[in-house]
Design a protein around this ligand. Structure first.
Ligand code: MN
Length: 490
């Protein structure tokens, strides 16, 4: 999917009451605002119509629903726009929707203001009528209020746009599974039919034997070329170049299969490497750095979420990565989580230049020590996200964390590692996470926010649970209890 072609539509509400002159002014200003905002927003905002009738609104909604490039609509009421004429359009709306409560002028002009000015500039009035119908129809929506030329406001619109892009990516997500989930594991399971109905994901399995056949067809020249890329991006810290070449062969073969099927995400499992000498480590890591999602042990949910959150991040391939909670540092006042994976941590979060190393891997059927990238994750505020299947509904759990430089070098740990402090604190956070049923696998993101994940869940109609600085176990238990009742009624 070409995300560069994506755009958002600006639909401005009005009515015939004010006469053609006012309507021309409204249309001209809406056009001007869309053009100026497009220069600072991550995606273009295209002015579509100053809507005055039920038909104009229903028409533009129908057009938005069917236009692949339209990733969402943003409405605003410069003047008053009676909302009964919005009902038919809104009932049919299938794209993400943001109500932007703003006004053209920043200030009330002391000398100029008269009743004509008031009739033209009455967003405070019009946006309330407009908001009522959103509430009355229980529309999934985002409301952003503030002056349109303020940077903070523009940032919020941009963030919402990226969440809507996450919806577009989700709706076209295809996941390639090599083998099944790890035997007996519960949290990585899920209802693939429900996930396709709610989120749009097509999750299907390919035989590991198909991958091995594809690997055998990779030429030495292709491997030479990828080895040059590896050497340019990473430090080679092993003499076992043939092990690295094998990872290159795996990467080329997997990429070929993914691209042929239009898959943006994949999963595999160490329990099914039939015909392969190494679990893909470096191969998966380098694919992830190019925007592909990955989940270990057959975890297709975290794989798709990784690809979606990467696409929601900076430049359409942000710093979001597959992560796993491993072990804690429980010294009072120095409580940290240590995250890593068997091999597959995306180097997008590396604080320095990653090293390619080869080490024995006891788990799985590895004939040869798999090559992998080893590095420390960078510092910064982040979130961890886990999507679980509650049976009858999907729940997305999001926790605020702060990544730190690992407090010790851990020279014998043969994998990339990230260390963080969790909100509200490590142990309360763990109690909340476990209460909510969050997995050990997560997507860790440095550039997608909890608010964006909440918006993404709202757009797709799934449950969102946030663990932040003010969360307590008691408040969370209550929230989950009431959510359970509410979701049963839905
Ligand atoms: Mn794992």
């Amino acid at each position: 999917m070409d995300m560069r072609a994506k755009e958002f539509w600006f639909v401005v509400g009005s009515q015939f009451l004010y006469g053609p002159e006012v309507l021309e002014t409204v249309a001209g200003r809406a056009q001007e605002m869309a053009e100026k905002l497009s220069k600072v927003l991550p995606y273009p905002l295209v002015y579509k119509v100053t809507a005055k009738t039920n038909k104009e609104i229903a028409d533009v909604v129908r057009e938005a629903n069917y236009d692949d490039n339209c990733a969402g609509i943003i409405t605003w009421c410069h003047t008053f726009s009676p909302s009964k004429m919005w009902i038919n359009g809104f009932v049919d709306l299938q794209k993400p929707y943001c109500h932007f409560a703003t006004q053209y002028n920043r200030e009330i002009p002391n000398e100029e203001i008269d009743m004509d000015f008031m009739n033209l500039n009455q967003a405070a009035h019009g946006d309330r009528e407009h908001g009522f119908i959103g509430a009355r129809l229980r529309l999934p929506r985002k409301i952003i209020a503030g002056y349109w030329q303020d940077e903070k406001v523009q940032k919020r619109i941009g963030d919402w746009m990226k969440a809507a892009i996450g919806v577009a990516v989700s709706k076209s997500m295809k996941v390639m599974r090599f083998g099944d989930n790890m035997r007996e594991v519960a949290v990585t399971e899920g209802d693939k039919v429900e996930v396709q109905a709610k989120l749009g994901w097509q999750v299907n399995t390919w035989a590991v034997g198909d991958l091995v056949r594809e690997m055998n067809a990779v030429s030495e020249a292709e491997i030479d070329a990828l080895m040059e890329t590896y050497k340019a991006q990473y430090d080679v810290a092993t003499d076992k170049l043939d092990h690295i070449r094998y990872q290159a062969r795996e990467e080329i073969a997997m990429k070929r299969m993914l691209d042929r099927e239009g898959c943006m995400a994949f999963s595999n499992t160490f329990q099914d490497l039939y015909g392969m000498e190494q679990l893909p480590g470096l191969a998966s890591q380098h694919l992830m750095s190019q925007g592909y999602g990955y989940g270990g042990e057959g975890d297709w949910k975290v794989s798709a979420m990784t690809a979606i959150m990467k696409a929601m991040g900076e430049g359409g391939n942000g710093c979001s990565l597959f992560m796993e909670d491993y072990t804690y540092h429980l010294v009072e006042g120095q409580e940290y989580s240590l995250g890593a994976h068997m091999l597959e941590v995306c180097p997008c979060c590396a604080a320095g230049k990653p090293r390619i190393e080869t080490h024995h891997l006891g788990i799985g059927m590895n004939e040869k020590d798999p090559a992998r990238l080893v590095f420390e994750g960078k510092e910064g505020d982040a979130i961890v996200v886990s999507l679980i299947d509650m049976g009858g509904r999907l729940r997305l759990i999001c926790q605020d964390i702060h990544c730190v430089k690992p407090i010790m070098p851990m020279p014998n740990l043969p994998v990339a590692r990230v260390m963080w402090q969790a909100e509200p604190d490590l142990t309360t956070g763990v109690e909340c996470w476990i209460t909510a049923g969050g997995a050990h696998h997560t997507v860790l993101s440095y550039d997608v926010t909890a608010e964006q994940m909440k918006d993404w869940c709202t757009m797709l109609g799934i449950e969102f649970v946030h663990i932040g600085k003010d969360t307590t176990v008691e408040s969370l238990e209550k929230e989950l209890f009431y959510n359970d009742i509410a979701w049963k009624l839905k």
